[in-house]
Write a protein that binds this ligand. Structure first.
Ligand SMILES: Nc1nc2c(c(=O)[nH]1)N[C@@H](CN(C=O)c1ccc(C(=O)N[C@@H](CCC(=O)O)C(=O)O)cc1)CN2
Length: 287
């Protein structure tokens, strides 16, 4: 029988704590006559993206944030998409919003992200907000990286001085997580691994913290993990057997901490999306 050594980093319990805090803050905003609003733009009928967007609006209802949904057909043109973005930029009821990624292949994702008003960028993925993060200025932070840092802190995983291997260089996780973890407040040393990395196993093996965000089922196996390391399973793939993370099951016999998938970082991605909207509403209320 498998021996589980890892402490499980429970994303759902941690999300519930964040929701309690957000509920109180939204109530305080409403008492001042301000209701935060989250917008989503979903293009096409990918069932995974549709489920994530549905989840985001369910979360809004739980904490008292107004939901604004724009669901567009798969054949939407770039001009039509940008017209919806412009509309949300101008909508005073919309405090912040996201364009659900990935977009259908015929659409230009970067152009769409750049069109979002940076002050309404609830995802923290606008180039201006990523640039502010690089410069150490206040900005909306990308939700999944924010969730990862929160989960590590919540379970008192040492970050300062840790060697972190990030696997995957996507815009929502891999690239921005390095920016967060190398801030002075976190002080980790980060190696960003990708398909061009010569010896992935060696890079992962010397890491105290592994962030697996490649979207390759079972990529990280027990023999690649330093005993006691914290392993965060962020990548997700839809396989004929169902949803699979990047981390093989046997890693829980070696790791010191493990964020499972599902039930780890995913719920925090959603929680920090709402947190970004509430924080923006609080900034506006303070003016
Ligand atoms: N505009 C964005 N698009 C995408 C992002 C993002 O941060 N911004 N990230 C992912 C998808 N995503 C949010 O949009 C997301 C992924 C996973 C979860 C989640 O809660 N997962 C659950 C399992 C859910 C299931 O069973 O299907 C879990 O991990 O427990 C939430 C949000 C790509 N696109």
């Amino acid at each position: 029988m498998a021996v589980v050594t890892a402490t499980i980093l429970d994303g759902k319990a941690t999300r519930d704590e964040i929701f309690e805090d957000l509920k109180a803050r939204v109530a305080a905003l409403k008492a001042k006559g301000i209701t935060p609003g989250l917008g989503t733009v979903l293009v096409g009928d990918d069932p995974g993206s549709a489920a994530y967007v549905r989840g985001k609006h369910n979360d809004c209802a739980k904490v008292g944030i107004t939901s604004i949904r724009r669901d567009l057909p798969a054949a939407t043109t770039q001009e039509e998409l940008e017209a919806v973005i412009d509309e949300l930029n101008a909508d005073p009821a919309c405090t912040g919003y996201i364009v659900q990624l990935p977009l259908p292949k015929h659409l230009d994702e970067n152009a769409a992200l750049e069109r979002i008003d940076p002050d309404k960028d609830a995802d923290g993925l606008h180039p201006i907000n990523l640039g502010r993060l690089v410069l150490g200025k206040e900005a909306a932070l990308p939700c999944t990286p924010r969730g990862i840092v929160h989960l590590l802190r919540r379970y008192e995983v040492p970050i300062a001085g840790a060697h972190v291997a990030v696997v995957g260089r996507g815009v929502t996780v891999g690239r921005p997580i390095g920016l967060l973890l190398t801030r002075r407040s976190e002080n980790a040393t980060v190696t960003l691994c990708h398909t061009g990395t010569k010896d992935l196993a060696a890079e992962v093996r010397r890491a105290d913290i592994v962030v697996a965000a490649a979207g390759v089922p079972g990529l990280i196996t027990a023999d690649m993990v330093k005993p006691g390391a914290a392993v965060l399973d962020v990548g997700v793939s839809r396989t004929p057997e169902g949803l699979r993370g990047d981390v093989a099951d046997d890693v829980r016999e070696v790791a010191g901490f493990l964020s499972p998938n599902p039930g780890g970082v995913g719920p925090l991605t959603r929680a920090f999306l709402l947190a970004n909207v509430v924080e923006r509403a609080e900034q506006l209320a303070g003016r």
